[in-house]
Design a binder for this molecule. Sequence first.
Ligand code: FES
Length: 143
Amino acid sequence: MSASQSAARRTVLKGAAALAGAAGAGLTLAACSTEAGGAAGSPAVPGGPVELGAATDVPVGGAKLYREQKLVVSCPAEGRYKAFSAQCTHAGCILDKIEEGQGNCPCHGSRFDVATGKVLRGPAADPLAAVPVKAEGGKLIAG
Ligand code: FES
């Protein structure tokens, strides 16, 4: 390898290292973005009544996540329902699943009791916002 070829190779390698560093920084920023949940800046609770479908979709003693409507509904006893915003109170991500009565925030790992809205694990400090809900004609209506 000639001296000029060696210098060119070093330049290419430096460029690749700089690109890798920039890409790494970008990934770090993306991982911390509130855009991951797609909800930052949008209201935590619906502005008006939202129909959620059949009340029987929510199991007695369980809960159902309505991710599109940003709501979670629990059913502590037959015919009784409680609804909460599914928007995490930490940075606004939308809960992604319910496991063993706990709503999970995919952004930073907060957990909420979906029967009460209370924080079970931070970093969120505030409970989920309660939303009025009722069953009418077999359908759930929240807001
Ligand atoms: S947005 Fe950070 S834990 Fe939910």
